[in-house]
Write a new protein. Structure first.
Length: 204
């Protein structure tokens, strides 16, 4: 398997690990196995058809990007089914703000993946590392928001680190990133507070 296909596959696995974070073990394992099988079938079919590596990588990244809204929807439905034991009851406005925060955090992931896909398609490489850093930082924010109630300290740290990294990478729009970043960090903090942190259990 070529390096660009490995990179595209690794990004898909990283995204899957991100949006399944915090789910019960059975749901998490089932989804990750499903994605792993899908990746194997796609690479196997491409190998039989002798498709060039850049085309396979571009196809994997395209499916990753286009499938992100569906992945987030799956996450929401799965969490609703498997996490009814959570005692914290969020209001409708709280859930709306949470979905909005996740959507904002997912934008860097989409943009970074798009940069990587464009670089691979054009046989470039300079922008791929920048795009990868953006994807990782955006994924950290998404993961931090998702675990902000169950593991408030870790969730808040992930959001904060992701915000700092993206602000550094997008320094030319720092005047926009600072208020958005502060809002995301504050939201993660208050979500942790609603779960009883720092007074309650499960603060790590």
């Amino acid at each position: 398997m070529s390096r660009i296909v490995s990179l595209a596959t690794g990004l898909t696995r990283a995204w899957t690990a991100t949006y399944t974070t915090g789910l019960p073990g059975e749901a998490k394992a089932s989804r990750r196995t499903e994605i792993e099988c899908d990746l194997w079938e796609q690479r196997n079919a491409a190998a039989r058809a002798c498709e060039p590596s850049y085309a396979v990588a571009a196809h994997i990244l395209a499916r990753l990007i286009l499938g992100m809204p569906s992945d987030m929807s799956w996450r929401a439905h799965s969490a609703a089914r498997h996490e009814r034991r959570v005692q914290v009851k969020e209001s409708r406005s709280g859930r709306t703000l949470f979905v909005l925060a996740l959507a904002i955090a997912a934008l860097p992931v989409l943009m970074g993946a798009g940069t990587i896909a464009g670089d691979i398609t054009n046989d470039g490489g300079a922008g791929a590392l920048w795009g990868l850093a953006v994807v990782i930082a955006g994924s950290a924010i998404v993961a931090g928001l998702l675990m902000s109630q169950r593991k408030p300290v870790l969730g808040l740290r992930l959001v904060a680190v992701g915000v700092v990294v993206i602000s550094a990478l997008w320094f030319w729009v720092l005047f926009i990133m600072i208020p958005i970043g502060v809002a995301l960090i504050a939201f993660a903090y208050f979500r942790g507070g609603r779960a009883g942190w720092p007074r309650g259990a499960g603060t790590v």
